[in-house]
Design a protein around this ligand. Structure first.
Ligand code: NAD
Ligand code: SER
Length: 326
C-alpha cells in the first residue's frame, strides 16, 4: 500500500485510521474525505489533505479518485445501526449506494477496497455463541441488511471482475478520539466519559446483554493487516469475523468501579437499541481470520478499561474551561 483514500474519514474509525495511515505512508499519501467538514482542530484536517466527498455521488467519487490515485480505498462512510433504524431509506442509499459506487470505481481504476461489515450482519436466527464464519445471515435491521448485501457485492466484484476487495465484521468499537456515530454499542464509549466527568452513567441497554467488543487500536491494526495479507492465503474475502472481548454493561461497569470505586451505573433501556442488541451474536468465531492472515487481538477488557480511563482523563484535563459568565 502506497497511497490511500478514506471515505467517512471524520467518523469514529476514520479519525484514527487516517492518523495511523499518515504515520505509515506520509501525510500527502492519505486523502481523508467525508460528507461533512470536521471542526478546525479535527485530526484529519490538521495532518494532511482533506476533501468533501459524498460517496453516493459517483461523479464526485470518480474525481477524487482520479485526483489522488490511491491504490487502496478504505470505504468507511455509512449510517450506523440506531440511525439506520430511524432513517432506513437513507441507510439503504448511503450504505449500499456508497459501496456500489466505490466498487464500480475500483473496477475502472484498479484500486483495492477495504469495507467494514459488522456483527450486525447476523440476526436472531444465527447461532450466537460462537457465531461461525459461514452461517445464517438474516439480520432484522436495515443496517444489517445493507451489511450483508455489501459483503455479497464485494465478493461479487472480486469473483466477477477481480477487484481486490477485503473486509472484517467489526464488533462494537471502543475508542476515545472521535465519538461514536449512532450505533447500538455507543454505550461502551459513553460510559467512560460519563464516569470521568460525572461519576455515573445511565445505560440504554440492559445490564446483561453480552456483545462482542474491540478496542480501536486492534480494529485499526486488523484493517491494515488484512490489506497487507498475502492474497493467496485468503479463502474468504468479505468479511472475516474478528473479536477481542465479550462484555455486558454490568461487567464493564464493574471493571470501571474497580478503578473508580465511586462510579454509579443505572439503566434506562431503550427498546429499539435493546431489540437490536438482542438480535446480534454474543461471540464471533474468528478462527478463519486467525488462520488466513494471522489475526490476534491485543486488548482485552482490563487493558481497554485501563487505557480508556487514562486517555479520557487526559483529554478532560486538557479541555479548555468554559468561559466565566458575568
Ligand atoms: P461513524 O458514524 O463514526 O462515521 C461515519 C462517517 O461517514 C461520518 O463521519 C459521516 O459524516 C460519514 N458519512 C455519512 N454519510 C456519508 C456520505 N453519504 N458520504 C460520505 N461520508 C458520509 O462510523 P464509524 O463507526 O467510523 O464506522 C465506519 C464503518 O465501520 C461503517 O461502515 C460502519 O458500519 C463500520 N462499523 C463500525 C463499528 C463501530 O462500532 N464503530 C462496528 C462495526 C462496523
Ligand atoms: N457498533 C455498530 C453499531 O452499533 C455495529 O456495527 O451500529
Amino acid at each position: 500500500m502506497k497511497r490511500a483514500l478514506v471515505t467517512g474519514a471524520a467518523g469514529q474509525i476514520g479519525t484514527e485510521l487516517v492518523t495511523t495511515l499518515r504515520d505509515a505512508l506520509g501525510d500527502a499519501a492519505v486523502l481523508a474525505t467525508d460528507l461533512r467538514e470536521p471542526g478546525p482542530r479535527h485530526p484529519v484536517l490538521a495532518g494532511g489533505p482533506f476533501r468533501l466527498l459524498d460517496c453516493t455521488d459517483p461523479t464526485e467519487l470518480g474525481e477524487r479518485i482520479r485526483e489522488h490515485r490511491p491504490d487502496v480505498v478504505f470505504h468507511l462512510a455509512a449510517l450506523l445501526s440506531a440511525v439506520g433504524e430511524s432513517r432506513p431509506q437513507d441507510a439503504y442509499r448511503v450504505n449500499l449506494g456508497g459501496v456500489m459506487n466505490v466498487l464500480e470505481a475500483a473496477r475502472e481504476e484498479g484500486f483495492a477496497v477495504f469495507t467494514p461489515s459488522s456483527i450486525a450482519a447476523f440476526g436472531p436466527g444465527t447461532p450466537p455463541d460462537p457465531t461461525p464464519q459461514d452461517t445464517v445471515q438474516r439480520p432484522t435491521t436495515m443496517y444489517g441488511v445493507t451489511k450483508v448485501a455489501g459483503e455479497l457485492l464485494c465478493d461479487y466484484y472480486h469473483l466477477k471482475f477481480g477487484v481486490d476487495t477485503r473486509g472484517v465484521r467489526y464488533p462494537g468499537l471502543i475508542s476515545h478520539t472521535a465519538p461514536p456515530g449512532g450505533g447500538t454499542t455507543d454505550w461502551a464509549v459513553e460510559i467512560f466519559w460519563a464516569a470521568v466527568r460525572d461519576g455515573r452513567y445511565r445505560c440504554f441497554l440492559s445490564h446483561d446483554v453480552r456483545l462482542d467488543m474491540m478496542y480501536m487500536p486492534d480494529a485499526i491494526r486488523a484493517a491494515l493487516e488484512l490489506m497487507e495479507a498475502d492474497p493467496r492465503q485468503l479463502k474468504h474475502r468479505n468479511a472475516f469475523n474478528i473479536t477481542a472481548m465479550q462484555v455486558t454493561p454490568e461487567q464493564m461497569a464493574r471493571a470501571i468501579q474497580e478503578r473508580l470505586p465511586e462510579f454509579q451505573m443505572g439503566y434506562e433501556v431503550d427498546p429499539v437499541r435493546q431489540a437490536i442488541a438482542e438480535s446480534w451474536p454474543r461471540r464471533l468465531d474468528d478462527t478463519a481470520a486467525r488462520d488466513q492472515w494471522g489475526w490476534q487481538p491485543e486488548y482485552g477488557l482490563h487493558e481497554t478499561v485501563d487505557d480508556m480511563l487514562t486517555q479520557v482523563r487526559t483529554a478532560e484535563e486538557a479541555r479548555e474551561p468554559a468561559p466565566r459568565v458575568g
